[in-house]
Design a protein around this ligand. Structure first.
Ligand code: 8X3
Length: 256
């Protein structure tokens, strides 16, 4: 197992859910953190807690991964002790709405495509060249079971997660021989604010998604990510699919 102590880890969408749990998990391993999100106050608060509790360095930035200029600017202006990113957790992403393609809402499509595909690419494009130059580094993408199987009402969300898999597979081929690792961690249902965001704050609809079974927690996913990030230098987890024991795939969930 490789130590994460002192490694520089950049986490996008670090203000809540899986991103926040990853920040906590990497802090426990005494990594140096760069926490970025649209809600800067949230990552600032988290940074304060983690640096106090674990005595680690944490840098934060306001970042909307859709904003290419902002991504370039944030990465170009990292404080000197944070410039060499060892691990990038490409987590920022969301689902908006459950609607058939025939009745699709253009704004929802744009938000998902711009965040989940273009945002993930913007951050990758800013960080990957440095990793290749240093012949080390690890990019961990947050994919989904939705990137393995389409389901009704989620055509565009599934398309974005199929894209995450396509991009991570492509980069793995492109960097082979450099020492850079690429992993896609693909969870099924995880109880976070994901469904609240998908249903525009409708808590009742969101709660129904997780009714009758025990879904994954953000901590479960963060633990898997730590596992991927701590494999020895010669070993890479290309893809890791994790679901609740009650979930077989995007379509089959056993509910009591
Ligand atoms: C989230 C899992 O089942 O809502 O990526 O598509 S699901």
């Amino acid at each position: 197992m490789e130590s994460l102590q002192g490694k520089t880890v950049l986490i996008t969408g670090a203000s809540a859910g899986i991103g926040e749990s990853c920040a906590i998990a990497f802090a426990k391993e005494r990594a140096k953190l760069i926490l970025v999100a649209r809600r800067k106050n949230k990552v600032d608060e988290l940074a304060r807690k983690l640096s106090d509790k674990f005595n680690i360095d944490v840098h934060t930035s306001l970042l909307d991964v859709r904003d290419r200029a902002q991504v370039k600017n944030v990465v170009a202006n990292l404080p000197s002790e944070f410039t060499e990113v060892d691990i990038l957790i490409n987590n920022a992403g969301l689902a908006r709405g459950v609607e058939t393609v025939a009745e699709g809402n253009y704004d929802n499509w744009d938000e998902m495509i711009d965040t989940n595909i273009k945002g993930m690419l913007n951050v990758t494009r800013a960080i990957l060249p440095g990793m290749i130059e240093r012949n080390r580094g690890h990019i961990i993408y947050l994919g989904s079971t939705a990137g393995h199987m389409a389901y009704t009402g989620a055509g565009v969300y599934c398309a974005t997660k199929f894209s995450v898999r396509a991009i991570s597979d492509t980069i793995r081929i492109e960097v082979v021989g450099t020492g850079v690792k690429v992993t896609s961690v693909d969870p099924g249902a995880v109880e976070t604010d994901f469904s609240k965001v998908r249903f525009f704050g409708d808590e009742e609809k969101a709660a129904k998604v997780y009714q009758g079974f025990t879904p994954l927690t953000a901590e479960d996913v963060a633990e898997s990510i730590i596992f991927c990030a701590t494999r020895p230098k010669h070993a890479n987890i290309n893809e890791l699919i994790i679901t609740s024991t009650s979930q077989a795939n995007s379509l089959v969930i056993h509910r009591e």
